[in-house]
Design a protein around this ligand. Structure first.
Ligand code: HSE
Length: 429
C-alpha cells in the first residue's frame, strides 16, 4: 500500500459534510485498505468558522474555500455546500488545479452538468455525484456503468422523501395536504420553506440527471416538465383508492415508443397498489428502471439525511481515489445519443378526471362527445348524483397530454360542466 496519503478537501461541513468527515476518520483503516493508500482530510471550508465541529481539527477549518481548492496538493474536492454559486466556480477551479471532484449538488449538476463534465475532461479529472440523486441509493453508477451495455427505456422514481412522507400521511390517515405538511415540518422532514420539495423543483433536478445518464442525452432542468403536489386533496386519495391506486410524486423519464426522442417530467400521479413503488412509505425513495435486456429493476432506500448521503459520497470518494492511484479516470458524460427532448404535450399516458356536472339528460353524452372529438378514448366512467348535481369521474385510455388538455379546455366551456375538480395522470400500469 502507498504510504503517502491522498488529500481530500471538504467544502461544507453541515449535516452531510460532518458525516463524511466522521466516517473518513472512523473508517480510515478500511478506506485505506480499499483504496490502496490512506486518505487524509486536508482542509474543511465552512461559512461559520467559530462553530465547534466534533472530531475535526480546528486547524483544518477555513472560510477561504477558493484558496483551499487552488492549493495544488489536493487530490479530491468533496463539494457538499449545494446551490449554484460558489459551488460551480469552486468545482471548476478544483479541476484546473489538479483535483477530482465528488459532489452531492443536484441543482448544479442538473443545470450545468455538461459544462462541469467538460471541465473535468479537459483537465483529465473525475466528476462523481452519486449522492446528488436519491441519497444513499446506488443509482448513478448502476445506470452509468452496470447498465452501460443495456438500453434503458424508462426510469420511474420517487426521488423526494419529503413529499413521499406527506403523500403517505395523506394516504394512511385521510389528512389534507396542509395537515400532513405541518407534521412533516414538525418531524424535521420538511424545510421551513418547503417550496423546492413540494413544488417538485428538487425532483425535477434529479429527473434531469437521471434522464441524461439513462438515455445518453443531455437533459437540462429546463427540459423537465414540473408540477408540484400542493393541490393533491384527500378527495383525490379517496378516488385513487376506489381505483385500487395510491398517489405518488413521480419523476418519469421515458424513451418514446419509436425511440427517437425522450421526455422527462415530475408530477403527482396515481399508481396501482400492485406496483412496487406504491409500497414505498414514509420518507423513503425508490427508482424503478425498465430496460431492454435486464427488464425491471428497483432501487430502494433512504434518499436524504447526513449519514445515508455520506455513504454515497464516500463510495464516490473511494472510486475517485482508486482512479487517482491507477492514473485513470472513470466514465465521464455520455451524451452521444443526443436525442431530442419532447415537450409535455407529446407525453402519452392515462388520465383520471373528476368533473362536477349538472345531473340531467344528455350531460354524459355531451361530455363523452368532447372526449371523442379530441381523440381521447374513455376507459371507465363513474357517476354519483345528488340534488340535480353530479360528480363524474372519467378514466381514459392512453392519450397525449396535448389531446387531454384540449379535452379539458373544451369541457370547461360546457354550461353543464360546473367545474373540473381534478386531473391526475395514471402511471405504472
Ligand atoms: N429534500 C430532499 C428530499 C432531499 O426530501 O428528499 C435532498 O434532495
Amino acid at each position: 500500500m502507498r504510504t503517502r496519503p491522498l488529500k481530500v478537501a471538504l467544502l461544507g461541513c453541515g449535516v452531510v459534510g460532518s458525516e463524511v468527515a466522521r466516517i473518513m476518520t472512523t473508517h480510515a483503516d478500511d478506506l485505506a485498505a480499499r483504496i490502496g493508500a490512506p486518505v487524509e482530510l486536508a482542509g474543511v471550508a465552512v461559512r461559520r468558522p467559530g462553530k465547534v465541529r466534533e472530531g475535526i481539527d480546528p486547524a483544518l477549518v477555513t472560510t477561504d474555500a477558493t484558496a483551499l481548492v487552488k492549493r495544488g496538493d489536493i487530490d479530491v474536492v468533496v463539494e457538499v455546500i449545494g446551490g449554484i454559486e460558489p459551488a460551480r466556480t469552486l468545482i471548476t477551479a478544483a479541476f484546473e488545479h489538479g483535483a477530482s471532484v465528488v459532489s452531492a449538488n443536484k441543482a448544479l449538476l442538473a443545470q450545468d452538468g455538461a459544462a462541469l463534465h467538460a471541465a473535468a475532461e479537459e483537465n483529465g479529472k473525475d466528476l462523481y455525484y452519486e449522492a446528488a440523486v436519491a441519497g444513499a441509493i446506488p443509482l448513478i453508477r448502476p445506470l452509468r456503468e452496470s447498465l452501460a451495455g443495456d438500453k434503458v427505456n424508462r426510469v420511474l422514481g420517487i426521488v423526494n422523501g419529503t413529499t413521499n412522507f406527506i403523500l403517505d400521511k395523506m394516504d394512511s390517515t385521510g389528512a389534507g395536504y396542509q395537515e400532513a405538511l405541518d407534521e412533516a415540518t414538525a418531524l424535521g422532514y420538511a424545510e421551513a420553506d418547503p417550496t423546492a420539495d413540494v413544488e417538485g423543483f428538487d425532483a425535477a433536478a434529479k429527473a434531469a440527471i437521471l434522464a441524461g445518464i439513462a438515455f445518453h442525452t443531455r437533459v437540462r432542468l429546463d427540459d423537465v416538465y414540473r408540477e408540484g403536489m400542493t393541490e393533491v386533496t384527500a378527495a383525490d386519495f379517496a378516488s385513487a383508492k376506489e381505483m385500487g391506486c395510491t398517489i405518488k410524486l413521480l419523476a418519469i423519464c421515458e424513451r418514446a415508443a419509436d425511440g427517437a426522442s425522450v421526455t422527462a417530467r415530475v408530477h403527482p400521479a396515481m399508481i396501482p397498489l400492485s406496483h412496487p413503488l406504491a409500497s414505498v412509505r414514509g420518507a423513503y425513495n425508490a427508482v424503478f428502471v425498465e430496460s431492454d435486456a435486464a427488464g425491471q429493476l428497483m432501487f430502494y432506500g433512504p434518499g436524504a439525511g447526513g449519514s445515508p448521503t455520506a455513504s454515497a459520497v464516500l463510495g464516490d470518494l473511494v472510486a475517485v481515489c482508486r482512479n487517482r492511484l491507477s492514473g485513470a479516470t472513470g466514465p465521464g458524460e455520455s451524451a452521444y445519443a443526443a436525442l431530442p427532448v419532447s415537450p409535455m404535450g407529446d407525453v402519452v399516458t392515462r388520465y383520471h378526471i373528476s368533473l362536477d356536472v349538472a345531473d340531467k339528460p344528455g350531460v354524459l353524452a355531451q361530455v363523452a362527445t368532447v372526449f371523442a372529438e379530441h381523440g381521447v378514448s374513455i376507459d371507465t366512467v363513474r357517476q354519483q348524483g345528488k340534488d340535480g348535481e353530479a360528480s363524474l369521474v372519467v378514466v381514459t385510455h392512453r392519450a397525449s397530454d396535448a389531446a387531454l388538455n384540449g379535452t379539458v379546455e373544451a369541457l370547461r366551456s360546457l354550461d353543464t360542466v360546473r367545474g373540473v375538480a381534478s386531473i391526475m395522470r395514471v402511471e405504472g400500469e
